[in-house]
Design a protein around this ligand. Structure first.
Ligand SMILES: Cc1cc2nc3c(=O)[nH]c(=O)nc-3n(C[C@H](O)[C@H](O)[C@H](O)COP(=O)(O)OP(=O)(O)OC[C@H]3O[C@@H](n4cnc5c(N)ncnc54)[C@H](O)[C@@H]3O)c2cc1C
Length: 487
């Protein structure tokens, strides 16, 4: 099958982007705004990749199939650029909804750690750890975007604020478990830091896991942990709208299986992971590059549940209802055990669960009286184990009576997640393990990680720096790499 070609525009250059996740769409937009003719080809019937929202349980009840909470988008330089200027994401209907507080982490006995927008208010809630919390987060939050922009740039680009990054790196390079134990005394502060760092999908004694916790905590204070009104699909819709304004097009239901199917283009950007690139372009790639792509490692998968509820989740501690995001895993010790399990090929008995309760803050999600909740836990890559009971037991533990509120549920194992989006190999939602080695060599070691040995072929997915999450920065860096080469 031959794919549609882009029509020529003012630069005379043409690009094809394969995949319409946040990285594919941001890459397409950067090029279209630079005057390139851009065509995006998407396998699914709707654009957006990990930003789709569907009626998974009942008609009229909207569930985020993949991503739900968006500190990385709001904080990302790419999205900030698309939020200012003549035409913005808001002009295409994107509205961020902020819960009263970014995050809650309940503990047994009705206790909870609450991450507030303000560093001091958060610290005051942590009792004897108030000073330690202020000391750890205060200076990093004061550094603001100088720090977070640096962290969303690859290490191959010299940092604009090396001292700020060095201050972050002193703790960030360490394992989260060690930092939590050395810095904090209370269950609340230790658990809060463990939950934040658990987003790394790595064992919490692994190097640099503290860095994930620090980054996400800083973003909570700096920009909040919002969601998109009406669902994450609105982010994708707004990106597609801006792309159309710039003359670009998205063609859905088009799975790219080989380079030969693609129209001639000055640049072809793949929003796919190394394993897929090997299948699509392997024959054309030099053996050495093929070998290093084949060595790229995928991380654990996720098991996900979505619920339609006939009322809000009945949290024992009412403060937990102030947050859209809730980390359920109990203490630091428990989360350490739970997050080590998938790496050892095991399923945690008491998994660390990431839960979002969007409908408490966004009435567009469900008819009046109905609520939604979204949750997942980490499992070994390719797992076939049903974690429904274990996830629901964790919710029930901190919200007795939760199960009685469930009117419909929808479960996705690792194979369902990969069927929904081929980039989630074995259920890995980050486009490859984000351990220290693959933070540096992503997807291979080199100064230009988005380039491939083929002159006009680039990778722009979360398998390139800076990695997983809806921030669009992999696509943004890849597109700027293209523009630099074709200047
Ligand atoms: C359950 C879950 C929860 C998550 N929660 C969050 C969250 O709350 N916040 C957050 O920031 N991130 C979250 N993420 C991660 C986030 O969704 C991803 O990191 C992000 O979407 C990666 O963007 P991408 O553009 O690299 O790839 P994707 O968004 O995966 O997009 C890739 C696109 O390429 C298409 N494609 C693949 N192969 C082909 C082909 N051969 N031909 C044509 N098209 C192809 C796919 O269909 C897809 O549309 C979550 C992910 C999952 C699955």
């Amino acid at each position: 099958m031959r794919m549609p070609a882009a029509s020529s525009t003012r630069s005379g250059r043409e690009a094809v982007v394969v995949g319409s996740g946040p990285n594919g769409l941001v890459a397409a937009l950067v090029l279209a705004r630079a005057g390139w003719a851009v065509t995006v080809l998407e396998a699914a019937s709707k654009p957006g990749g990990g930003m789709r929202t569907e009626e998974l349980t009942l008609p009229g009840v909207m569930h985020d199939v993949c991503s739900a909470i968006h500190p990385l988008a709001v904080g990302s330089p790419a999205f900030r650029e698309l939020t200012s200027g003549d035409k913005t994401l808001a002009d295409h209907g994107l509205e961020w909804v902020h819960p009263e507080v970014p995050l809650a982490h309940p503990l047994d006995g009705g206790r909870a750690a609450i991450l507030e927008r303000d560093v001091n208010t958060t610290a005051e809630g942590l009792g004897t750890d108030a000073g330690a919390y202020r000391h750890l987060f205060g200076p990093l939050v004061e550094a603001g975007f100088d720090l977070t922009d640096g962290l969303l740039s690859p290490f191959t680009i010299p940092p604009r604020h090396p001292l700020t990054l060095a201050r972050y790196g002193m703790n960030g390079i360490r394992g989260a478990e060690r930092v939590a134990r050395r810095r904090f005394e209370t269950d609340e502060a230790k658990a809060l830091f463990a939950g934040l760092s658990g987003h790394s999908i790595l064992p919490l004694d692994a190097p640099a896991t503290a860095g994930y916790g620090l980054m996400l905590g800083v973003l909570a204070h700096l920009v909040g942990w919002p969601m998109a009104r009406g669902g994450s699909r609105r982010i994708g819709d707004a990106l597609v709208g801006l792309l159309a304004d710039a003359g670009g097009t998205v063609t859905c239901d088009t799975t790219v299986r080989s380079l030969a199917e693609l129209p001639a283009a000055d640049a072809i950007l793949f929003d796919v992971t190394p394993r897929q690139l090997l299948a699509i372009a392997g024959d054309a790639l030099p053996a050495r590059y093929r070998k290093s792509l084949a060595r790229f490692r995928y991380g654990p998968g996720v098991f996900k549940l979505d619920w339609a509820l006939d009322g809000p989740i009945p949290w024992t501690n009412p403060d937990v209802a102030r947050a859209a995001t809730v980390h359920l895993g109990g203490t630091l010790d428990e989360i350490v055990v739970s997050e080590a399990a998938p790496h050892a090929g095991q399923h945690a008995e008491k998994p660390y669960v990431l839960l979002a309760q969007q409908s408490l803050f966004d009435t567009d999600r469900a008819p009046a009286g109905t609520h939604t909740a979204w949750a997942y836990c980490h499992v070994p890559n390719g797992s076939t184990v049903d974690m429904t009971d274990r996830i629901e037991a964790q919710v029930e533990r901190f919200a007795p009576g939760f199960r009685d509120r469930v009117i419909a549920r929808h479960a996705m194992g690792t194979a369902d997640i990969e069927r929904h989006d081929a980039n989630y190999i074995g259920g890995d939602i980050n486009g490859g393990s984000g351990d220290l080695r693959q933070f540096v060599a992503r997807p291979t070691l080199g100064l230009h990680p988005w380039r491939t040995p083929l002159d006009n072929v680039y990778l722009c997915s979360s398998s390139t720096p800076p990695g997983g999450g809806v921030h669009g920065m992999c696509g943004w860096h890849a597109a700027h790499e293209v523009l630099r080469r074709h200047h």
